[in-house]
Design a protein around this ligand. Structure first.
Ligand SMILES: Nc1ncnc2c1ncn2[C@@H]1O[C@H](COP(=O)(O)OP(=O)(O)OP(=O)(O)O)[C@@H](O)[C@H]1O
Length: 593
């Protein structure tokens, strides 16, 4: 029930702005229902008028009076009623199609905008495929249901209300008898719909998981092939696929039961009307003929009574999918946004430096990752974070530009907590070169000016030169206009890395974070990257996370992390002199290099 309520709220949020469309289409549908109800009476009248005409025409005494005009008028009215019915239905469906297209378009925009405001934690804890499924299958289900079911729902409601009015007009007692099975039908339908709802919910969640798995397997295809894991991958896939098959089947069975059940209810209804209706009509004050006529009419109504409900139940699985889709999309909408202070300050240029004061942090409650980190960085200094894998280096970086917020302690720039800065201002002043550089579809120039699309070619070229990638770019047939696409990238890891360094240089950040920028490349490229990094670091306050210690030998400060704690801090010489963890790490690496 809460799903239905939430879905109601969700649809209301997006559909309320189209209330005019709904009112017009409701009026059109009422008009079309009226045309359909009234038309048969005109047919009867036409037959009557035609008979009169033929009689008058056939008799000499009345031959002169015989006129087809009344018949013609009635026939035209009859035809006009059908034209009215068809055209008003057509107009209503056009309006509803427009409402559907516009509102689902707005839903897609709403979801996309929400994704941009979500905290990084959401992306870290949800599979890409599952997020994609909310954009694709969930929004598709919503669109299909609205496209096909909205008109049906309107029609069914109009028919149902019309039938109630006609029934109570004829005989209130007989109307109550016809409606006698309603509570039972509601209880049965409620139980079945609940079961179907649970199954369809499960089905959508399973589809999300399946998509997540497929997405992971497709992106990890090379790892899979090189490790010969195709059979395991297939086995994993069949597991997820079987789950979808089971829940889809269960959902279809429960949804499928609903229509035959309602048909059964309809039969029961007819039997009750015949039995009790005959008894009531024949024991009343009516003539036998009138009583029988009333029973016949109400048998007809009893057959029609469940028609609107049946047409809705035949759409049930589609409607249920749309309710589930709304729940899943709404789940994303209800996720907390990143916290941007209401009166956030513009981040000023760094004067003295940046401090981490006794920072504690945990991704999950009760599982602390950083245990009291204190680092003092002066303006323009380069700080290197080193330590074994999992020691918390990337986590420190995640805190510096507020991908996550500290649990306690604080990070300050010239004494002001970074939480007081406007988030956009902070982020635009923090440049990051990530471990895995990301290129976007577009030209090389577009990729370099990604952080500042208004940048002119001179700035793009300048950044590329500083990043040591200019010569390579101009050697390409299309130079800076070469099309880049992340899926069919022809660039090496090192070239991508250099382009991403150029992108960072172009934004001229005040604080720089370089995350393992030199992994996975040959020694020549490594030297180029090193030179590019030196260029970008020059004069900037920077944090470098590097596993290869020789890239950070001239760092102003080296912070050694282990298990989320700082175990040593100093520069290369002092740390070597201490002969501790860093010195050992360094000696070990020198052996390999
Ligand atoms: N999103 C997350 N949710 C929960 N735990 C996480 C998350 N990201 C990292 N961790 C955990 O936090 C700890 C520190 O991870 P972090 O990535 O900061 O280490 P690291 O020193 O950068 O490692 P590496 O050198 O391998 O990149 C690890 O135990 C890791 O499992």
């Amino acid at each position: 029930m809460s799903d239905l309520k939430n879905a109601g709220k969700y649809y209301w949020h997006y559909l309320k702005r189209y209330w005019r469309g709904f009112i017009v289409s409701s009026l059109l549908i009422i008009f079309s229902t009226w045309c359909i109800v009234v038309a048969p009476t005109y047919l009867g009248r036409a037959v009557e008028e035609l008979t009169t005409y033929l009689q008058q025409w056939g008799q000499a005494s009345t031959h002169a009076q015989a006129s087809l005009t009344p018949f013609n008028h009635t026939l035209v009215t009859y035809i006009l009623l059908y034209v009215g019915d068809a055209s008003s239905l057509f107009l209503a469906s056009l309006i509803l199609a427009r409402v559907t297209a516009y509102s689902t378009g707005t839903m897609r925009v709403g979801l996309f905008r929400k994704l941009q405001r979500l905290r990084i934690k959401y992306f870290d804890t949800h599979r890409d495929g599952d997020i994609l499924a909310r954009f694709t299958s969930d929004l598709d289900n919503i669109f299909n249901a609205m496209n096909q079911a909205l008109l049906e729902i309107f029609l069914a409601v109009a028919q149902f209300v019309g039938l109630l009015i006609v029934m109570f007009n004829q005989s209130a007692t007989m109307a109550w008898i016809t409606m006698a099975t309603t509570p039972l039908a509601l209880i049965v339908a409620g139980i079945v719909m609940h079961k179907a709802g649970v199954a369809v919910n499960q089905q959508q969640d399973d589809i999300g998981e399946l998509n997540g798995y497929i997405n992971e397997q497709v992106t990890g295809q090379k790892v899979l092939i090189t490790n010969g894991l195709q059979a395991d991958s297939y086995k994993g896939f069949t597991g997820y696929n079987d789950k979808v098959r089971h829940s889809a089947l269960r959902g279809q069975i429960w949804s499928g039961i609903l229509n035959p059940l309602m048909q059964g209810m309809s039969l029961l209804n007819v039997a009750i009307v015949i039995f009790f209706g005959s008894w009531y009509a024949l024991n009343g004050s009516m003539s036998t003929g009138a009583a029988l006529a009333l029973v016949v009419v109400f048998v007809n109504y009893a057959q029609q009574y469940y028609q609107p409900i049946m047409s809705l139940t035949s759409l049930y699985s589609m409607i249920q999918l749309a309710i589930t889709g709304a729940r899943r999309v709404d789940e994303v909408r209800n996720q907390p946004d990143e916290v941007n202070p209401a009166d956030g300050q513009v981040m000023p240029p760094i004067q003295a430096g940046l401090q981490l004061n006794d920072v504690h942090f945990s991704y999950d409650p009760g599982k602390e990752i950083l245990h009291g980190i204190t680092i003092n960085v002066h303006r323009g200094e380069m700080v290197a974070l080193v330590g074994p894998t999992g020691s918390g280096k990337t986590t420190v970086m995640n805190l510096l530009n507020r991908f996550y917020d500290v649990d306690s302690g604080e990070i300050t720039i010239d004494g002001t907590s970074i939480q007081r800065f406007d988030l956009n201002s902070l982020r635009s002043n923090v440049g990051i070169v990530l471990q895995e550089p990301q290129l976007f579809t577009g030209t090389i120039a577009d990729n370099i000016r990604y952080g500042d699309p208004a940048a002119g070619m001179d700035r793009v070229v300048d950044a590329a030169k500083q990043a040591n990638i200019h010569d390579f770019i101009v050697s390409l047939p299309d130079g800076y206009d070469t099309i880049v696409s992340d899926e069919q990238s022809v660039f090496s890891a090192g070239q991508k890395q250099l382009m991403s360094i150029a992108r960072t240089i172009l934004t001229n950040p005040r604080l720089l974070i370089l995350d393992e920028a030199t992994s996975n490349v040959d020694t020549v490229t490594e030297a180029r990257i090193q030179a590019a990094m030196d260029n970008v670091i020059q004069g900037r306050t920077s944090f470098v996370i590097a596993h290869r210690l020789k890239t950070i030998l001239n760092a102003d400060k080296i912070v050694v992390l282990r298990h989320g704690e700082i175990i040593e801090q100093g520069n290369h010489e002092t740390l070597l002199a201490e002969n501790g963890f860093y010195a050992e790490l360094y000696r070990n690496q020198m052996v390999f290099d």
